[in-house]
Design a protein around this ligand. Structure first.
Ligand code: SF4
Length: 276
């Protein structure tokens, strides 16, 4: 049973799993569920595979034996080369990671295998705690998802994640320490993160932090995502709801217009972002 904070300690049978994600051989997910609570989360469908009655965002399975299982798998006959990605179904830097250190221990184990290239994507500044280990990994890459620098929007739409400013600070710290860092601006939220002002502020901050690699994706309108976002807009940003609706009904037109806007603004800060 999860405790009152949604945490449940579980034991896993496998830690290093093969993945079909293009460019990667293995994935590692030290946690199940996610307490970052993003309203636009595409992974919420995972709920049905976890056996949890709680809704997505309200539980976290902590795989307490994960490092032990990983060590055992890697000492066996598994091929110890290729790219490993951490956190494909949920962020590997959950708030509980500060206490459990499962991701940290997993990175320590991976550091003993220089032919494994470790990549991770997070919404947490906690990754900076592990800078000493990240520096020991060969060709390690860290991605930070930053959806918007608007603190009110972040508090409402990704209420359990680190603030966007603290993610930026962590990104800067990693870059200064020689880690390859990229930023994923996703999803672009109509009316919140796609205005001239919002994009200018974001690209200015990214340039200041020294981020050079930027990937952008617009919102994928899965029905559950649209339902949650509409409700959040209605409650907290009612004046922006027409922008979300207009995006949902005219996606192609929106995408062309926003792409041109993003490219123009990014260019003025010396960035050349890629669109998914
Ligand atoms: S951090 Fe990722 S997995 Fe977690 S709620 Fe947000 S989008 Fe979903």
């Amino acid at each position: 049973m999860p405790d009152s904070t949604g945490l449940r300690e579980i034991f896993c049978k496998s830690a290093l799993n093969k993945t079909g994600i293009p460019g990667y051989q293995y994935c590692l997910n030290p946690y199940g569920g996610c307490l970052h609570r993003c309203s636009y989360c595409y992974a919420s469908f995972m709920c049905r595979f976890t056996g949890h009655k709680e809704s997505w965002g309200n539980f976290l399975d902590v795989k307490v034996n994960f490092p032990e299982v990983l060590k055992k798998q890697l000492s066996g006959r598994v091929r110890k080369e290729g790219r490993v990605i951490l956190g494909t179904v949920t962020d590997a830097y959950q708030p509980a990671e500060a206490r459990y250190g499962i991701t940290r221990k997993s990175l320590e184990i991976l550091a003993a295998y220089p032919s494994l290239e470790v990549h991770l994507l997070t919404k947490s500044d906690l990754v900076a705690r592990d800078l000493d280990i990240l520096q020991q990994l060969q060709n390690c890459q860290v991605g930070f998802t930053i959806t918007s620098l608007n603190e009110k929007a972040a508090r409402i739409l990704e209420s359990g994640a680190s603030s966007p400013q603290s993610r930026l600070t962590a990104a800067r710290q990693l870059i200064r320490a020689g880690i390859r860092v990229w930023v994923f601006i996703a999803p672009l939220l109509p009316g919140i993160s796609d205005s001239e002002a919002a994009l200018n502020s974001l690209f200015a901050s990214l340039a200041q932090a020294g981020v050079q690699e930027i990937l952008i994706d617009s919102l994928n309108p899965y029905p559950a995502v649209v339902h949650r976002l509409k409700s959040a807009y209605r409650d907290s940003f009612p004046q922006l709801l027409p922008e979300l609706e207009s995006y949902l009904y005219q996606r192609e037109f929106y995408t062309d217009r926003i792409k041109a806007r993003v490219e123009g603004i990014a260019r003025s800060y010396g960035c050349r972002p890629e669109f998914l």
